[in-house]
Design a protein. Structure first.
Length: 356
């Protein structure tokens, strides 16, 4: 993953992360938690099996829309397990992590594991960094004024109202991820285990569509897919968006060290254990970015240690409620959408990027 990233050019600042890492290791927070993940994976598989039984027994019924909604939640939870496997959080063996990840991503979620790991590694290496983080280059949205000013026609109209369109657009995210994944396994890009990934994606999509159209009437089948995929995209988007959207965006040539780069661009979301489960532990985004291989259940325990350390080093540690995190992200999208067009011939630094 990102364990080989430089800790920064400044030796003293680099030693700050080394000191924090020693404290985290001494507290046993990087130790694997196989029992936790065995239970979590068992719950996901059990929930999928239970929903499958309910789906078949209900047959042609509009109550199946409730099953579609529940299935969206369980599929997203399978995706969270795939996320943890991609970060080597589950097992010591890379092969075991990849096996768990590819099953949960390709087969259970319908997303290419290889494509996602590559994209997510680039995000972790340069979070919220102009020109380097793929998560802030997401059409049709703009996250900096430079992106907004390049838009024309319909694109400019969407950006102008993107704060209002954000949640409706998330309803399409599930289908978007499936389409990108198909393109990844069928396209010319290099992809390890292409055959395995393609086969598992085919099983997921083929099995999903066959079950829906064999059990339900055509109208119910279409409604089931719309509800299931719409809520899946909304759930995933609402889980990932609070992590970085509305946080400082860095210049591509910013020379912040690893510790500060990861902390100042990330946001934690306050909540109890229920929120931890709902968001798959992603609400501890600062801890996760600093130590990507830290098992999910250890993130909550690491929080007070890392929060205290950041206070000692005078590093901004931002934590807020879930509703507030969404509000901050939407305010950022609104501000970008309302930015004035760039006059012809004018050049200059994008004021939405910050050198910290």
């Amino acid at each position: 993953m990102v364990s080989d990233i430089s800790l920064g050019t400044d030796r003293h600042r680099g030693s700050d992360y080394a000191e924090l890492s020693r404290q985290v290791r001494a507290a046993g927070l990087l130790e694997r938690r196989p029992g936790y993940y065995a239970l979590r994976i068992g719950l996901v598989v059990g929930a999928l099996a239970g929903l499958g039984v309910i789906f078949v027994r209900l047959g042609q019924s509009w109550w199946q829309l409730a099953v579609a909604a529940a299935l969206a939640v369980v599929i997203a939870q399978a995706g969270f397990v795939g996320h943890d496997a991609g970060h080597r959080q589950i097992a010591r063996s890379r092969r075991v992590n990849d096996l768990i990840g590819i099953v949960h991503a390709n087969l259970l979620t319908g997303i290419s594991y290889g494509w996602w790991v590559d994209k997510h590694n680039r995000h972790h290496a340069h979070p919220n960094t102009e020109g380097k983080d793929p998560d802030i280059t997401v059409a049709p949205l703009s996250f900096t004024t430079a992106q907004a000013r390049r838009q024309r026609g319909v694109g400019a109209l969407i950006v102008r109202h993107q704060a209002y369109l954000f949640f409706p657009l998330l309803l399409l995210e599930g289908l978007h991820l499936h389409a990108i994944s198909l393109g990844a396994v069928l396209g010319p890009r290099r992809l390890a285990r292409r055959g395995v990934e393609a086969g598992l994606l085919a099983l997921h999509l083929g099995g999903y569509l066959a079950a829906v159209f064999l059990v339900l009437s055509p109208a119910q089948a279409v409604a089931f897919i719309v509800v299931n995929q719409g809520l899946l995209g909304l759930y995933l988007g609402c889980s990932f968006a609070p992590n970085h959207k509305g946080m400082p965006i860095l210049d591509a040539d910013d020379n912040l060290d690893y510790l500060r780069r990861q902390v100042v661009t990330s946001r934690n979301v306050r909540g109890g254990r229920l929120l931890d489960a709902v968001l798959g532990g992603l609400n501890y985004q600062i801890e996760h970015h600093l130590f990507p291989s830290m098992p999910c259940p250890s993130l909550r325990r690491a929080r007070p240690l890392i929060q205290r350390y950041c206070a000692e080093k005078n590093i901004g540690y931002h934590e807020t409620s879930l509703a507030r995190s969404w509000a901050e992200g939407l305010r950022h999208l609104r501000d970008i959408g309302q930015s004035e067009p760039q006059p012809a011939g004018r050049s200059g630094r994008d004021e939405t990027t910050r050198r910290l």
